[in-house]
Write a protein that binds this ligand. Structure first.
Ligand code: MTE
Ligand code: MO
Length: 549
């Protein structure tokens, strides 16, 4: 009996929740209506303790590395998948509970009770979605839509359960009337179905709706991505001419080296929520308040026009990348010096920190000593000469050289000048307070297919990147099978704050080989070769690359 309740309740819950998710996704793509699974997931990550979340992220990343999935491309996708799966499991659990209720006959399978069950399932979810979700659809549209979906789920569930709960052997009808689980003979002309046939039909119907809505939604989403990609031509060319400052450098990257200037669409992304935070320029002003003589309320136009524009080629990296990380990218950042804006606000004598908040609930503290030492620290409003993409913090983010991304809020919505230190979002979750960039070097390619001959010796180009924040790279060395370290050639970087592309031409010998790379900073400080874990301060160790040739 219990087994049956468990099985059938789970089955019904699962079957009916899949099309619910599909329809929400389609409406989300069509009219920006809420996609409740993401909203619920975001809410959950806020209420659950940080340690548990960190554990969850670690587990997911480990699994992806184990399955050889590119973390930079797929971490967010994986998280979204988890969010959808979690929602679906919620539907399965609700199915079991409700099936048990209906089976116990304490709740009759009436239309009214169907609505009640739908409300029980949906109400908390809809509330969460309305409060923390960022759907831009009007309330008069999203409220009836979500109500219809969840109430519809409840009614369909109750109806289907009543069919399945009909005494064994009794025929079930396909008539969706306010069904009561009785064994009344079916009216003439109605198709009689046994339980198995009924489930097959229900499953087919649910699968059809799910596949159609999810497929259509996905088609719309990929059309939008293509439209965006087409609107953005390759960034390092203008009218077919290279615009990068080192275009004439004689060191040509080994084939297979990552692009020196990351196409914006490929720039790695890290953010707290399941989806990027959407801020409309019209709705946005930046308040700079607290210990200042002249509190400011700046629009984006104010920031662009009142202060001196600056640009900088910047490599940004996430502290949670492993050795050989893909959570690192390079583009051109434009903005204004934070020093200049703060002069305008007039810092008071006891001002010590900026407490910066982001539109997604992220926050971080920046020491004013650091800002006073470095005029490059920037309020950034453009990447690659275009307004910041929504994924990357539109309308404003801060750039702090030589710090990992976790210290640099995007989607900035408020700045308070204070005399007290508040640990930032990730610092509170036990990550490094300073988060200074660790020197790192990575092998991207051993281009065995691009072998060429020099003085009768076959040569294979080997290449990759090295980076040490704003501290520069003076030397990159490669060794093969633990042989002697050989110096690589360095391409001049796009700026003193970007990675360096290196190249080493290896005298080919057939067989299986292990390549290793290490670098030294401009002042000669070698990169840390000892393996250290990612947390709390960023991974260190030697990147290895295996080839069989
Ligand atoms: N508001 C906000 N800012 C944020 C984050 C965030 O989640 N929210 N993540 C930080 C982290 S951990 C990194 S690595 C960088 C990533 O920036 P990107 O996604 O533009 O590459 O943003 C930082 N700034
Ligand atoms: Mo990060």
């Amino acid at each position: 009996m219990w087994k049956r309740t468990l099985g059938l309740g789970a089955l019904l819950g699962g079957l009916l929740t899949a099309p619910l998710i599909g329809l929400m996704y389609l409406a989300n793509q069509l009219a920006e209506l809420p996609f409740v699974p993401f909203d619920f997931f975001d809410w959950m990550t806020r209420v659950l303790p940080g340690g548990l979340i960190t554990f969850g992220i670690d587990t997911m990343i480990n699994l992806m590395l184990f399955l050889n999935i590119n973390v930079a491309d797929s971490a967010k996708t994986a998280e979204q998948l988890v969010a959808v799966l979690q929602f679906w499991v919620g539907g399965v659990v609700a199915g079991i509970l409700f099936f048990a209720l209906l089976g116990s006959r304490r709740v009759k399978a009436t239309l009214a009770n169907g609505l009640v069950l739908g409300a029980l399932f949906g109400l908390p979810l809809v509330l969460i979605s309305l409060v923390i979700g960022q759907s831009s659809a009007a309330l008069w549209l999203k409220l009836p839509w979500l109500a219809a979906l969840f109430l519809g789920w409840g009614v369909a569930f109750t109806w289907a359960a009543s069919k399945l709960l009909a005494p064994a052997g009794a025929p079930t009808t396909t008539e969706p009337a306010a069904a009561t689980p009785t064994s009344e003979p079916a009216p003439a002309g109605v198709v009689k179905l046994n339980r198995r046939q009924f489930l097959v039909r229900l499953g087919a119907g649910a699968a059809t709706i799910t596949v159609l809505s999810a497929g259509l939604g996905a088609t719309l989403a990929s059309a939008e991505r293509r439209r965006l990609a087409a609107a953005a031509p390759p960034a390092d060319l203008v009218n077919g001419q290279p615009v990068l400052p080192n275009a004439n450098d004689p060191v040509i990257p080994a084939p297979g080296t990552r692009p020196e200037y990351t196409p914006i669409a490929d720039h790695y992304k890290v953010f707290l929520r399941t989806e990027p935070t959407l801020i409309e320029e019209e709705d946005w002003v930046l308040p700079i308040t607290g210990l200042v003589d002249n509190p400011l309320m700046l629009t984006l136009a104010d920031i662009r026009e009142r202060y001196t524009p600056r640009e900088q080629f910047v490599t940004l990296s996430c502290i949670s990348g492993r050795v050989g990380t893909t959570l690192i990218s390079t583009t051109k950042w434009s903005g204004v010096s934070v020093q200049e804006v703060l002069r305008d606000a007039g810092l008071q004598a006891n001002a010590r920190y900026l407490f910066i908040t982001g539109g997604d609930g992220f926050y971080e503290t920046v020491d004013l000593d650091l800002i006073n030492q470095d005029e490059r620290i920037m309020f950034c409003y453009a990447w690659d000469d275009k307004p910041l993409p929504k994924d990357h913090g539109f309308p404003l983010r801060i750039w702090i050289p030589d710090r990992f991304g976790m210290k640099q809020p995007k989607w900035i919505t408020g700045i308070e000048v204070t005399d007290t230190y508040t640990p930032g979002y990730w610092v509170e979750r036990n990550w490094d307070e300073v988060a200074q960039v660790k020197a790192t070097s990575v092998i991207d390619t051993v281009a065995v297919n691009d072998v060429y001959e020099e003085n009768g010796q076959q040569m294979v180009p080997v290449g990759g990147i090295a980076w040490a924040g704003d501290r520069g790279i003076s030397r990159v060395e490669v060794r093969v099978d633990e042989g002697p370290w050989q110096e690589a050639r360095l391409r001049s970087p796009l700026s003193e704050t970007t990675w360096v592309i290196w190249r080493y031409d290896w005298p080919f010998t057939p067989g299986r080989h292990t390549f290793e790379v290490r670098c030294a900073e401009a002042d000669g400080t070698p990169q840390i070769e000892e393996e250290q874990p990612i947390r709390p301060s960023g991974a260190t160790g030697i990147d290895q690359f295996e080839v069989r040739a």
